[in-house]
Design a protein around this ligand. Structure first.
Ligand code: NPG
Length: 369
């Protein structure tokens, strides 16, 4: 399989509900979709970088530039394209995991479609359905949050995750726990605290959380380990885990008891699977994170979440949670679960007219060097 033509397509697809995190990001979804045409057919990738750096140093224009100038020429120079070879070739460049994951995702889709194999089968999925959790952004008031979360509980989500930050933590968590004593509840700080906040964060222990996600900055493994010793609530890491190697280190130093796996954060689905394997070997439960993806990214995430070590509900929700009209046939949830696609590749196709309607820019590349 050889690379023949690539399309970098920017779409502007409004989110139905504004999503605010401790990063101060009010996100509208300006998204980069990558279409690769190869000698054996086409595939799609989706870049999870946001328009601005914040969650990590990557941002959308930078990722697009990285893909176009450096990753595509490297991949096009390969005589035989396989997902593993593509990932290995891109590894000569340090960093840029979201850019790399986009290219790997598209090549893997094309390669699997040509072989009639689904993403889930290729990655080693064992489940036909995955449990959905919902991630709830910071609200203006606790009453508004209660109303929003009530809706999600009624829709059947199997876990609620609340975004927290200094000034928006104990009160919203307490209110949700009092109203919904039995719901599986967790909090995500997106690195908004320091170890000096340990006593304050320990007050979350009263609310029986499944986990506290990424309380401290990404590089602070030692501080996370110290915090973990002071809290009963299990610590989960997201931003800190960049690779299977860093997952092994975080677990070894006691920085986390649970790992959030996002392919975009770690450079692709193959590295995501290796993190899963390291965690399973260490009896550390994992779950699949989300970055407000369209149906394309969600399809790949659902496939990943079908692996055996993904024992906690994912940040994976039906299309209607995110967009009035998704770029694929809508992903639907039944009794808090989403079915793992079983068609070749991603198992879902972008709908051309819908994608066209959202498109703000297309760059086509046919000569790679
Ligand atoms: O995809 O349902 C979803 C959203 C999950 O909360 C979510 N993502 O920190 O994990 C995160 C967060 C995020 C989204 C962070 C967008 C940055 C940008």
């Amino acid at each position: 399989m050889k690379l023949e033509r690539v399309e970098l397509r920017r779409i502007d697809i409004p989110l139905r509900t504004p999503f605010r995190t401790s990063l101060g990001l009010e996100l509208n979804r300006d998204i980069l979709l990558l279409r690769v045409d190869t000698s054996e057919g086409s595939g799609w990738g989706e870049c999870v970088a946001m328009p601005e750096p914040g969650y990590s140093e990557e941002y959308l224009d930078g990722a697009a530039e990285m893909i176009r100038r450096f990753l595509l020429p490297t991949v096009a120079a390969l005589d035989v394209l396989t997902p593993a070879r593509v990932a290995a070739a891109m590894a000569v460049f340090p960093g840029h995991p979201m850019a790399k994951a986009t290219v790997e995702m598209a090549v893997m889709d094309a390669w699997l479609r040509a072989r009639g194999t689904s993403y889930a089968d290729h990655l080693g999925g064992v489940r036909a359905v995955v449990d959905c959790g919902v991630s709830v952004g910071i609200a203006d008031t606790v009453d508004l949050l209660l109303a929003e979360v009530s809706g999600y509980v009624d829709q059947g989500y199997r876990r609620i995750k609340l975004k927290i930050e200094p000034g928006w933590d104990l009160a919203p968590v307490r209110a949700i726990r009092e109203r919904f004593p039995d719901v599986a509840l967790q909090a995500d700080a997106n690195a908004a605290y320091t170890l000096g906040d340990a006593r304050h964060l320990a007050a979350l222990d009263a609310f029986d959380l499944v986990m506290l996600e990424q309380p401290l900055p990404a590089g602070d493994l030692r501080d996370h380990a110290a915090l973990a010793r002071m809290l009963r609530t299990p610590i989960c890491l997201d931003e800190s885990i960049a690779s299977a190697r860093s997952a092994a280190e975080a677990v070894a130093v006691g920085a986390c008891a649970i790992v959030n796996i996002k392919a975009g954060r770690v450079g692709g689905y193959l590295e995501a699977r290796r993190i899963h394997d390291v965690c399973v070997a260490n009896s550390v439960p994992v779950w699949c994170g989300g970055m407000l993806e369209t149906g394309l990214g969600q399809a790949a995430n659902v496939a990943l979440a079908a692996l055996p070590g993904f024992t906690l509900p994912a940040d994976i929700a039906p299309s209607e949670r995110y967009f009035a009209t998704d770029v694929t046939a809508p992903i639907t949830m039944h009794e808090g679960r989403i079915a793992v696609p079983d068609g070749p590749g991603l198992g879902l196709d972008p709908i051309p007219e819908i994608v066209e309607g959202y498109t703000t820019d297309v760059v086509t590349v046919t000569r790679f060097s």
